[in-house]
Design a protein around this ligand. Sequence first.
Ligand SMILES: [Zn+2]
Length: 227
Amino acid sequence: MVVLRSLLLRDRARSRKRRDNDSPLVGQRGSDIDMKPSFFPVSVLSSRARGEVGEVSGDSRVIATRAIPRGWIVAVFGGVLLDGHALRAATPGVHLGRVVLQVDEDAYLFSTMDSPADWINHSCDPTCGLRGQVSLVALRTIAPGEELTFDYATADGSPYDEFVCRCGAPCCRGNIRGDDWRRPELWARYDGHFSPYLEKRIGRLSRRNGSMARLRGGASSRRSPRA
Ligand SMILES: [Zn+2]
């Protein structure tokens, strides 16, 4: 996905009362996301975080306003579901990085109604990670004032949003690409936090790599007697 979305800079901050017991997504690990709507035309953000826009830079981001425990659902992304062809037709000239989340093979959530949840930036050393296709959870305890981020490689499996990263993390990859999900060092780091369609891709690639490694190992052992 991207430096997630923001089309119409409309502040949709609304108070959301705690609903711990009446949502299938709430209550096991905690969240205050209001799940009452049966679909999500608009991305929603935890009341423990808020979006802000830099006065000088104009850059948008999301920061924690209260401590957020590990596993807390911090955002649920919404939008209109489109395939790649429909997405390109519907968004000529739009920088999709900030308005689109890839959720499956050739399936994209296009945010048509801007929300602070759409301002969650990419980081190569993020504080949050995907759980499933559209939910974002805290990967660790997040302190007030810390930025909420996630690694877009865990959602994106196509090159619609490639960019130069300036997240500043020691492990920063520099160039963020649509095939970053192929990087084995990310598989362990984000185990359980890749979008499900990418988990399937990684499983296939991992098995193929394992088979190739076994073939190479076999070839090596067969050669050793002649060494
Ligand atoms: Zn980076």
